[in-house]
Design a protein around this ligand. Structure first.
Ligand code: SAH
Length: 344
């Protein structure tokens, strides 16, 4: 089994013949991203037994790519050979890691590379956490000296389509025995699975919730995002309001500007109506190129005008700086990779 799928307390229960302090030592190594052979204070006999049956590092950095702007993209290898991607953004206030929650995605958004191959499988909680421990170790940090200060669930996959593993990951990563990352420093982005947004709030989570909105009109939105057929705009906005009321956290809307699709004056007006009455912020992103897709980004000037219109209408909004486009590490560009003959 993947040991990182479990909490320290659960592991103590799994190994009744070991003293709890021994299991706590094991857990510390796991959260440091160290494999069995590096667990120096654990006796060899137990290490060998563990490594015959279990996995300590479910995610391994297979390749790294560095953008001109300093953003790093990681190609990770999972224990079953699947490859996923993740992105590290460094700011003066810390490091933000963008993690994936699924291999592929089945949401089918018209502009996104992650969904091109459909869903291959869900990641387990330990495989989501393993991305954080692997990059922490890569940066020379550990559970006490965390190099990753912020986590965004904005890589490949739809976190709320893998709800149980995602919330287990949140428990593990924010738990005091583990990396202890505050939920205030974690953002979860969803395409709008309304009942799960409500469940997240009801279960007492308080991560920052981001909705991929992309259009204030149901008709248009369902063309861009098929999930909108199941959970129409009105229902998703209600779920955002509910999340805000329950958690007090400001809701963020992601809005990818697609030329001629969602960037008109009327769109700005309708968007301002949608966000009225609760604390929300709109993050505008000019569409990043995905070669299989025909959609085009709104021109830079037009994007600035759209922002100005929103601001005039009283909407809190900003244009997000594009990062990592040259290494296909920007929003919507992450994808599943496959190895040819064992090489990439
Ligand atoms: N499935 C979740 C998590 C993915 S987050 C969600 O949909 O929110 C990735 C973000 O990048 C989402 O807001 C997504 O809509 C956006 N995105 C997808 N393709 C994009 C593209 N080509 N350019 C810019 N942003 C894109």
């Amino acid at each position: 089994m993947i040991l990182l799928d479990y909490s320290q307390q659960e592991l103590i229960g799994f190994f009744p013949d070991q003293k709890p302090y021994k299991v706590r030592q094991l857990y510390r190594w796991l959260t440091k991203g160290v494999d069995f052979e590096g667990m120096t204070d654990i006796d060899k006999a137990w290490r060998e037994k563990l490594s015959a049956k279990h996995i300590a590092c479910p995610v391994r950095i297979f390749r790294t790519f560095e953008s001109k702007d300093g953003t790093k993209k990681f190609l990770y290898r999972l224990s079953d050979g699947n490859l996923i991607e993740g992105v590290l953004m460094s700011y003066h206030h810390g490091n933000t890691l963008c993690v994936s929650t699924q291999v592929g995605c089945r949401m089918g958004c018209a502009f996104c590379a992650s969904t091109l191959d459909g869903l291959v499988r869900n990641l387990s909680a330990g495989e989501i956490l393993g991305q954080v421990t692997a990059v922490n170790a890569f940066l020379g940090g550990d559970a006490n000296q965390r190099r990753i200060t912020n986590i965004v669930l904005m890589g490949s996959g739809e976190p709320l389509d893998n709800f149980d593993n995602t919330v287990k990951f949140l428990d593990l990563v924010s738990g005091p025995d583990g990396l202890n990352v505050s939920q205030r420093n974690i953002s979860l982005s969803t395409c709008g699975i309304a009942p799960k947004m409500i469940e997240l709030a009801d279960r007492g989570y308080s991560v920052n919730l981001t909705l991929s909105l992309h259009s204030p009109r149901q008709e248009k939105r369902r063309n861009l995002m098929p999930i909108s057929n199941a959970y129409p705009l009105t229902e998703v906005i209600e779920a955002c309001k509910y999340y805000f009321l329950k958690t007090g956290r400001r809701v963020i809307f992601e809005y990818v500007l697609v030329k001629g699709e969602n960037d008109s004056d009327e769109d700005a007006r309708l968007l301002s109506r949608l966000t009225r009455g609760f604390s929300a912020h709109v993050n505008l992103i000019r569409l990043n190129p995905v070669k299989e897709r025909k959609l085009l980004p709104t021109e830079e000037d037009a994007a600035r005008e759209f922002l100005a219109k929103l601001t005039k209408l009283g909407v809190s909004a900003t244009i997000r700086r594009q990062m990592g486009v040259d290494i296909e590490g920007a929003c919507g560009q992450l994808r599943r990779r496959v190895l040819k003959n064992g090489k990439d």
